[in-house]
Design a protein around this ligand. Structure first.
Ligand SMILES: Cc1cc2nc3c(=O)[nH]c(=O)nc-3n(C[C@H](O)[C@H](O)[C@H](O)COP(=O)(O)O)c2cc1C
Length: 184
């Protein structure tokens, strides 16, 4: 089993990392993490080249990520809430899945949605409701081919850091175990 984690947190050892760590303690197989802040992936510029079947005009690290997404059985989107949604660099990276969306539209083929998906969110507490970010992340995961999508949030990290949020850590580990049996 191959799991790809797209991490939208700029903070090493921060709250999002704590949830990722709990998930990684349980998930079996090969796990790879891509940190959106370190990748310098350009956002989609809506040039419409992919709509004509020409693929993406931007030539950066994204081609490699497309291939990793294609290979993964489990996809994880992990992010702190920034103004109730995913962080900018992660959204920029995700905007590039538009090229695949357009290619599928042109060829009139849908996603198989055979992969497992997981959303891991953290929030300091200024917005108690993570539903906006969950919705965005689920839409992106579906575009990436995930059918079975789970979600975990640790909200209120200003008062209880995610590494001490036992319920969220437990849920992240439980999701990993579920994927282990789904893709054994
Ligand atoms: C620019 C910015 C915007 C933020 N917006 C929100 C928000 O809308 N809701 C919220 O609950 N927390 C918000 N936070 C707090 C972070 O989501 C929170 O501290 C999180 O636990 C950080 O995770 P990390 O350590 O993985 O980076 C924001 C933080 C920053 C820097």
């Amino acid at each position: 089993m191959y799991t790809l984690i797209l991490n939208g947190s700029p903070r090493r050892g921060g709250d999002t990392s704590a949830l990722i760590g709990a998930f990684c303690r349980e998930i079996r197989g090969q796990v790879e993490q891509i940190d959106a802040y370190g990748m310098k992936i350009s956002p989609c510029v809506d040039c419409r080249r992919c709509a004509g079947g020409g693929g993406c005009v931007l030539n950066d690290g994204m081609q490699e990520i497309y291939e990793k997404v294609r290979m993964a059985q489990v996809l994880v989107l992990a992010s702190p809430l920034y103004f109730s949604t995913l962080t900018g660099p992660l959204l920029s990276l995700c905007s590039r899945f538009q090229a695949q969306y357009m290619a599928r539209q042109k060829e009139k083929r849908g996603w198989e949605q055979t992969k497992g998906g997981l959303v891991l969110l953290t929030g300091g507490g200024s917005t108690k409701d993570p539903s906006c970010a969950f919705q965005t992340a689920r839409i992106v995961l579906r575009e990436m081919g995930a059918g079975q999508i789970r979600q975990v949030a640790s909200i209120g990290t200003d008062h209880l850091p995610a590494r001490e949020d036992e319920e969220a850590l437990r849920q992240a580990m439980a999701a990993a175990r579920e994927f282990n049996s789904m893709f054994a």
